[in-house]
Design a binder for this molecule. Sequence first.
Ligand code: BES
Ligand code: ZN
Length: 883
Amino acid sequence: MRTEHARPIRLSDYRPPDWLVDTVHLDVALHPSRTRIKARLALRPNPAARGPAPLVLDGDELTPLSVTIDGAALPETAYAAGPDGLEIPQPPAGPFVLEVETEIDPSANTKLMGLYRSSGNYCTQCEAEGFRRITYFLDRPDVMAVYTTRIEADRDEAPVLLGNGNLVERGDVPGTGRHFAVWHDPFPKPCYLFALVGGRLDVCRTTYTTMSGRSVELAVYVEPGKADRAGYALAALERSMRWDEQAFGREYDLDVFNIVAVADFNMGAMENKGLNIFNDKYVLASPETATDADFAHIEAVIAHEYFHNWTGNRITCRDWFQLCLKEGLTVFRDQEFSSDMRSRPVKRIADVRVLRGHQFVEDAGPLAHPVRPETYREINNFYTATVYEKGAEVVRMLKTLLGPETFRAGMDLYFARHDGRAATIEEFVACFAEAGDTDFSQFMLWYGQAGTPELAVTRRHDAQGGTLVLDIAQVVPPTPGQPVKSPMQIPLVLGLVGPDGRDVPLVRRGHGPVERGVLVLTRPAERFVFDGITVPVVPSLNRGFSAPVKIKADLGSDDLRFLATHDSDPFNRWQAVQTLASEILIGNVAVIRAGGGVRHDGGLVHALASVLDDERLEPAFVAQVLSIPSEGDIARDIGRDVDPEAIFNARHALRRAIGNDLAPTLRVLYDRLRDDGPYSPDAASAGRRALRNVCLDLLAAPGHAGAVALAAAQYAEADNMTDRMAALGTLSLHDTAEREAALADFAERFRDDPLVIDKWFALQAMIPDPGTLARVERLIDHPAFSLGNPNRVRALLGSFAQANHTQFNRADGKGYDFVAGMVLTLDGRNPQVAARLMTAFRSWRALEPGRRDKARATLERVAANPSLSRDLADIVERSLGER
Ligand code: BES
Ligand code: ZN
């Protein structure tokens, strides 16, 4: 029953389960190294299956102790049980009760899947396939059961005992020093949503009244002494609950909602029914220890996991191929929530930056896969930017195509029709097709076809005749396993901006006014003719980033500057500046590689100045405009033969030029935006700090001592982590004594706070200096570093590999060797985290030949290792595969 080298799982092989589980009774006796689990499962044959079948239950690193059927011990000849599974070849023909006792060692669980310990507390993580590490089970999401869990533990070791659902009983076990709690969850759920927690925890609570007047006890549990940092998370939970009632009509359904923050967690957070478990980084926050970005992330992650209660838990996935059904949809929902809580345009820009920075990159390399994959070897490797971020874009496109009212009607239909069940993407999309009386068969390609569509747009204006002709062609590039693509259905929101900056009405020949500005592309090439266009116009394409595509349009820099100042669509105002900057940067990268000196372009600075001068704009938006494309953005736009060093130099030169040319304006703004009141994490205050800190960074870019000193002063005087960290970030880019002094001060100041020390690790790992590799190697030995904690690994090694383009991609290949070595060490302990780190190599084929050869050699060395985990082997082999 070894699964390590199991053949790939295919969507087309899906069969309903042979057995169903109606109820699960678990009796868990917590012990640091010998935890015992008695499981009582009420099983019955699935009427939808093919007839009598053996019972095959999944297991992973389990020790079986006993097996009974309907109360009678099963003879050893009647079953086979081992670490990886339990098989009963001839189970009873009808319903029966199976009781199995297993033993596990939570202290030895370094994979952090199943039941494990974090800071001495017990906690669980079951998604995707961790429940089989607790007891034998049909570990697949289409097996939904009602759970009752009795948890028992030493009262001293674990005074707090939490489970899914509502608490039904608690008490002492007389004479043993132990106590117990019984939790019952009335909602049928797949086992990946099971959770329990036991430990010493402090709590921050409140009561919430739902829209129908029911009272719900909300609680956030944290490590002792940290409850004063849980208030923001708790308030974010209340806002999320209210928003889901108002925006989607969805009410919470249990009497309690508990959140537990733990220090050791593979992911960000997990939506277990009624008992969310969080990485403490997405719960704990105070002005002194968390940045504005941290507060925003906490709000978004709390919302995301809460929203899963309806999109994921009440309605779950039939199989793991449908992962985007819950994740893409729930990301869409959390994005909408944050847009309503904060600034919609700024949130959209931030989300598109993430999409392009992660998903477009994934789509362009060997790990590209469809939003709904058709095959996998290790499901953990498919919690990707494509499933999440592109999955959210696909939902957003449905809304754009249908309009908000019909979209909401489709969601209502989905909730009504599939509540309590495990669904598929087809069933989800069918609800919108029905609500909108629309055919979405071509739209389904968004789920099946990988790769980022590329649009080419050309225009012809006949001012006399008053017509504008737009020719739009689309191509979807080949991706692994998908050499040839079909054209997609693409909602492209268009505006035509007239000379006064106002939109000219869109009237399409033969169709009339264009509803909500949405053009729907369906063919490889098509022509759109607009009448009544008697003045010169500049097309504003893909407004609000209505579709996740790349666009090449015949817009000159005059047009882009015009859009940057006049477009009524804030996203495209921002985009115009990005495109201008990107064109300059790409030109200069070529110049640098040819040995020349960079060109300076006053047009961009002009556009930036006009945005800086526009007092109607919100500061957070201006901050986004001033943030020029990242090294990753430039590499992606260049696409092949990438030289990270040349990209860094071109970008550095542009930042210096902006800092020099705009110095007076930046300085005035920096002083004006100073906030002397008490810190508040609200979006408006955060936006002012963001802009002020971008100003500081650009002022310092040319490296003048005065500006570096300004950063040092801000570092020293800051009364909040946002300003302190921003100043430290700016200092980190300048190889000066101030930098080392500030880094030393920071380490000393926050030495007892692991989450803050993570920022210190991450910042140093991202320093774009040749000395950074040695610095990171030294930090591995720092007492605060540990390979056992995923946050530490991501902070130090993840930041180096994913965010330090010049130093990870050192020309001598030493960055690759270092990361690969750490990945191999990590793989024996925590394969999921190791595999994730290895995805840093996913763009290796786009590098210039020298680095490409070195990266390939490193990948091949890792691949040659005989004892790789399935997680890591999957990533390495796909990375080396076709394309
Ligand atoms: N269901 C996931 C958690 C998860 C991820 C479990 C991967 C198993 C494997 C959860 O809802 C989630 O998506 N969490 C995200 C954060 C979220 C805001 C996108 C995470 O953990 O990164
Ligand atoms: Zn999720």
